[in-house]
Design a protein around this ligand. Structure first.
Ligand code: 4AD
Ligand code: MG
Length: 463
């Protein structure tokens, strides 16, 4: 790497003048006067642009032909205190190399505000805008915060497979993976059509790495996965994507309360970390996307999470005097409108709702003594609703076998998962946090398509 080269972030936060530095980037704006030109360049390293001043008569001046918004350049010169308003430093250019021009008649990102809908159609160019640059920098920093949090608690980062034969959630929202040619005739004897497929059985993209994480947790104690997850949900909500990232910790010797502590800690750590490290980028969202965002995030870290059993949450919703589109009673799943009411209006903070009726939750959740509810928890947050879903797991072999059979499934197909209960079973718990929903909460961005670099949703697979 060229030791005289610095990023825009390095230049704008410089502590002293420097001569002979090179800064590369894309031109955001160009303003000309008779004897000099201003180029604002940005390289994605931070929100700020670097102002480059190009005086008549310099070598750089002779390279200005055709350099406009979108052009890629390397500017070399002296970094000096800026006499102008709005920036501490500017680059007095001596020379400039132009890598590529961008035709102003066809370059779609001219200097004006574009709608999110339009920018989705040019997802390959939108990382060059202030807003999407900020989203993806915050995404990167939040991912670091996740690793940092778990490392501090002795959790190991493990990788669960993406190709799988099991539907962890039992919701049947799997994308099938096959190498069979389309239109392959079914076996004449009515046998298993997937016998001739690549794996000799039906394969899909994972909806959750939880079951494998449980196996790893019974060896390593505390683990977490953080990877892509796939759901063929035909939901057009702004909170669902077909491909998203999930953080899934799993810990041996944890019960539901430990699980809630862990979930609350993860949320608060990630928010605090991003508040500390992404102040400029958050400022953009606070000004243009969601006024009050930063104060709200700060208050969240001070207030912590409320906790309430599902049964009480239902009573509270029923006596709230509010009319909901979907009526709520014990046994119904909470809808986003209910979740948002609890977090946003009632508690005015994140809230863990726990002990859900067993019939609306997955087979692996631990049965409570009442025989009616399971040790599940959903962590709900303002504006979004469900951010995290988790539970203590059923560690009792006989109870788990009965539960699987009761759902009309064959316990034999869960042989390895049941082995974890056959040999040295332990109480254990975990959860899944939708990473994009965390980014939505951090930025105030209201559509999941705008926090994923290349979103995949029903009917949409461009790029
Ligand atoms: O509540 P879910 O379905 O839980 C599980 O998958 C468990 N196996 C996790 C575990 O205990 N290890 O999903 C977890 C979280 C949700 O709370 C939500 O934030 C997110 O994943 N999520 C989605 N995010 C974006 N698009 C979708 N289609 C999502 N489905 C779930
Ligand atoms: Mg859930």
């Amino acid at each position: 790497m060229n030791k005289h080269r610095t990023s825009v972030a390095g230049a704008v936060s410089s502590s002293s003048p420097r001569s002979g530095v090179t800064v590369c980037g894309w031109v955001r704006t160009r303003r000309d006067s008779r004897t000099f030109s201003f180029l604002e360049i940005n390289d994605g390293s931070c929100l700020a642009n670097l102002q480059c001043v190009i005086d008549e008569g310099t070598e750089a001046w002779s390279c200005l032909e055709g350099v406009n918004t979108g052009a890629s350049v390397a500017v070399t010169g002296d970094l000096v205190p800026s006499p102008g308003k709005g920036q501490a430093w500017e680059l007095r250019a001596a020379s400039m190399k132009v890598y590529g021009l961008a035709d102003p008649l066809s370059y779609p990102l001219q200097k004006k505000r574009h709608s999110d809908e339009f920018l989705r159609t040019i997802a390959h160019l939108r990382p060059r805008t202030n807003k999407y640059g900020a989203v993806f920098r915050i995404r990167s920093e939040a991912a670091l915060a996740v690793h940092d949090y778990f490392r501090g608690l002795d959790f190991r980062y493990v990788h669960a497979p993406i190709l799988t034969g099991s539907d962890c959630e039992g919701a049947g929202e799997m994308f099938r993976v096959t190498t069979l040619p389309p239109g392959e005739p079914l076996p004449p004897d009515g046998g298993d059509p997937f016998e001739r497929d690549f794996f000799g059985k039906q394969a899909s993209l994972t909806v959750s790495g939880q079951l494998e994480a449980e196996a790893l947790a019974t060896g390593l104690g505390r683990v977490y996965t953080f990877g892509p997850t796939f759901r063929a949900e035909h939901s057009y909500t702004p909170r669902h994507a077909a491909e998203f990232w999930m953080v899934e910790p799993e810990a041996a010797f944890f019960d539901l309360e430990d699980d809630m502590d862990l979930a609350e800690g993860l949320v608060m750590h990630t928010v605090s970390h991003v508040l500390e490290h992404c102040a400029d980028d958050l400022g953009l969202f606070d000004r243009f996307v969601s006024p009050g965002l930063v104060d709200g995030l700060r208050r969240m870290t001070e207030k912590g999470c409320a906790r309430i059993p599902y049964r009480e949450a239902v009573d509270l919703l029923r006596s709230s005097g509010k009319t909901f589109e979907y009526p709520v009673s014990f046994g119904t799943d909470l809808q986003t409108e209910h979740e948002r009411f609890l977090a946003e209006e009632y508690f005015k903070s994140p809230v863990c709702v726990y002990d859900y009726p067993k019939d609306i939750k997955a087979f692996y959740m631990r049965m409570n003594d009442d025989g009616e509810t399971v040790a599940a928890v959903d962590l709900l947050v303002p504006r979004i609703g469900e951010l995290i879903g988790g539970s203590q797991r059923e560690e009792r072999l006989d109870v788990l076998e009965r539960r699987i059979a009761g759902l009309g499934q064959d316990p034999a197909s869960y042989w390895w998962y049941l082995d974890l209960r056959r040999f040295g079973t332990v109480p254990h718990a975990g959860f899944g946090m939708g990473f994009e929903r965390m980014i939505m909460m951090l930025t105030g961005v209201s559509n999941i398509r705008d926090v994923l670099p290349f979103p995949r949703t029903t009917g949409s697979l461009e790029f």
